[in-house]
Ligand binder design. Structure first.
Ligand code: FES
Length: 182
């Protein structure tokens, strides 16, 4: 018997046909034809499983994204009386849910703005400075325009998330997030 005889199929020790042989013989074939068949089958199975895992991953990402959107669907939040905030003053609040710090700043008598407080570089809390017209980030000297939230200096490249405000009967309400760049 030649070792490289790829067509060779050994006769099972019990002399019976291959089909009724025990499972271990199927799982660990010693003959080339069966071994190659096994490899192709395993490869196809691996491809199938990989594709399935990929599809499952995509579905999971989609589900997470939908959950995140519905969770972050902002509720309307009462931020208090406009006149409680002095001109140039700021107040911290959490929106749309606890753990999301934001700042409202009164720029002029009838002008207020609100932004997420986490710096878009590495999430340090920004500090408003109405006189300079900036939010300053103490961590790496980043700064943002206090009216638009756009980055002005330092490492941040993305604007602070802007919060839509509504003023009704002298009270200020956070009503959602503005589109990026608005
Ligand atoms: S965390 Fe704000 S500049 Fe780096």
């Amino acid at each position: 018997m030649k070792i490289d005889d790829h067509d060779h199929v050994t006769i099972p020790p019990n002399g019976k046909a291959h089909e009724p042989q025990p499972a271990w013989r199927e799982e660990f074939p010693i003959d080339w034809p069966k071994d190659e068949f096994r490899s192709r089958r395993d490869f196809t199975k691996m491809l199938g499983l990989t594709s399935l895992a990929f599809v499952a991953g995509q579905v999971w990402i989609g589900v997470l994204s939908i959950m995140r959107k519905s969770r972050s669907a902002p509720a309307r939040m009462d931020l208090g009386l406009l006149d409680e905030l002095p001109i140039g003053g700021a107040k911290r609040f959490e929106f749309p849910s606890p753990g999301h710090p934001c700042l409202i700043v009164r720029l002029e008598k009838d002008s207020v703005v609100a932004f997420g407080q986490k710096c878009t570089h590495l999430s340090c809390p920004v500090i408003p400075n109405a006189e300079l017209g900036k939010f300053l980030c103490p961590c790496h000297h980043g700064s943002f325009d206090i009216k638009t939230g756009r980055p002005l200096a330092g490492p941040p490249r993305r604007p602070l998330p802007k919060i839509e405000l509504e003023i009704k009967d002298g009270r200020v309400y956070a009503v959602g997030f503005a589109e990026a760049g608005a």
